[in-house]
Design a protein around this ligand. Structure first.
Ligand SMILES: *Cc1c(COP(=O)(O)O)cnc(C)c1O
Length: 387
């Protein structure tokens, strides 16, 4: 084993986060409260959207679920989901008794292929869920054109893409989709340990998500204990969920949000070093340059292995032996046992994703990496790629 080991991911937690969480703990209010409201407000300010449409949750999975629930998705309905994603994108569809319909992806960006999606639209299709894979925005005009052609709602899985922009400079999350959902999971670009944010311009989606994130209670817990109306006076609008964000998480989120642009800059700088260092390695296919000068959050830096070289497993093993942790994003959902069996999915129905699946490797690229760690990764990748 090598002496240095660079893990695949590590959260970037500084003194600011420690102080903020401590203050939250000492404040006497640790569940959903003033810090969650402040986090929602600051997040809205960042994206330049109304605060009323920003709903903090305990995960992005919860946000995707609540978005579909608020749109009335239920049994008999279909939701278009790219096969190249994390299982959460699809599982929430089944929570509601609806059917995820998997779509192949584009070869370079691994974004949903809207041309392939045409053949998957049926009279039961209600929603399309583009995934901004790795942090590169799925072009908003393509999503809007596809959705309006078929009369579909758009729920964006933006788990990777805070902060990312479209070609027109607008933030992912600031558009007109029914909902955009961000993740603050431990290894995401900003983190609250576990957490997520649902962003919508649709007041009815926001209101429904607010009620359903806390048991279907028509007043949130902080309002119950801080307003002049007695706390025992509340009503139940529906059998809701337990999806609220805590104030300790929001305290951390506020500091991370403040650092989001600087942390993105750091990831961009690391990615640039990788792109320069690996440009001459013929056995590796590097992520394509942006077709437009948009901001890529670089949540994931993924390479593809060319034909005739090391296999995915060998490459990852050799890098691990050289002290570099890698990951795979993703083994697409049509190759996962549950989804394949449930919907009779075949490799040949997803030619691009099936081709790419055994070739992709994600390298460490996060703001907490030191310069030495970046150099260590570069040296190890060059050594392994040349063997
Ligand atoms: C991380 C992730 C999610 C789920 O986020 P959580 O906050 O962990 O629920 C959903 N979709 C994608 C593409 C993800 O990477």
């Amino acid at each position: 084993m090598a002496e240095t080991f660079v893990p695949y991911a590590k959260p970037d937690i500084g003194r600011g986060e420690l102080v903020a969480v401590r203050e939250a703990l000492e404040s006497g209010w640790i569940t959903t409260g003033p810090r969650v409201a402040e986090f929602e407000g600051e997040f809205a300010r960042f994206l330049d959207v109304p605060q009323g449409g920003v709903v903090a949750l305990n995960s992005a999975t919860a946000g995707l679920h609540l978005a579909l629930e608020a749109l009335g998705v239920g049994p008999g309905d279909e939701v278009l989901v790219p096969t190249w994603t994390f299982t959460a994108s699809a599982e929430v569809v089944e929570y509601l008794g609806a059917t995820p319909v998997f779509v192949d992806v584009l070869p370079s960006t691994l974004h949903i292929d809207y041309e392939a999606a045409e053949a998957k639209v049926s009279p039961r299709t209600r929603v399309v869920m583009p995934v901004h894979f790795a942090g590169r925005a799925v072009p908003n005009y393509e999503t809007e054109a596809f959705a309006s052609r078929h009369g579909l709602h758009v729920v964006e899985d933006a788990a990777h893409s805070f902060p990312s922009t479209h070609a027109d400079g607008s933030w992912v999350g600031s558009g007109e989709s029914a909902a955009t959902v961000f993740s603050f999971y431990a290894n995401k670009t900003i983190t609250t340990g576990e957490g997520g944010m649902l962003v919508t311009r649709d007041v009815s989606v926001a209101n429904r998500a607010r009620v359903m994130r806390l048991h279907g209670i028509d007043r949130d817990v902080y309002d119950r204990f801080s307003s002049t109306k007695p706390s025992w006076q509340y009503d139940i609008a529906a059998p809701g969920y337990k999806y609220n964000m805590t104030d300790t998480a929001a305290a951390m989120g506020l500091v991370q949000l403040n650092r989001a642009k600087a942390m993105t800059e750091r990831r961009r700088a690391i990615v640039q070093l990788y792109l320069d260092a690996f440009a001459s390695l013929n056995s590796l296919i590097l992520p394509p340059p942006d077709s437009h000068p948009s901001l890529h959050s670089w949540h994931i830096f993924m390479i593809q292995l060319g034909d005739g070289g090391l296999s995915q497993g060998n490459f990852i093993e050799k890098l691990a032996a050289s002290g570099v942790g890698c990951s795979v994003h993703y083994r697409p959902l049509h190759l996962m046992t549950y989804w394949a069996n449930r919907y009779n999915l075949c490799e040949k129905d997803f030619p691009i994703a099936s081709h790419n699946a055994p070739r992709v490797v994600s390298l460490p690229a996060y703001s907490a990496m030191t310069d030495d760690e970046v150099i260590h990764v570069i040296d190890a990748v060059i050594k392994v790629a040349q063997c």
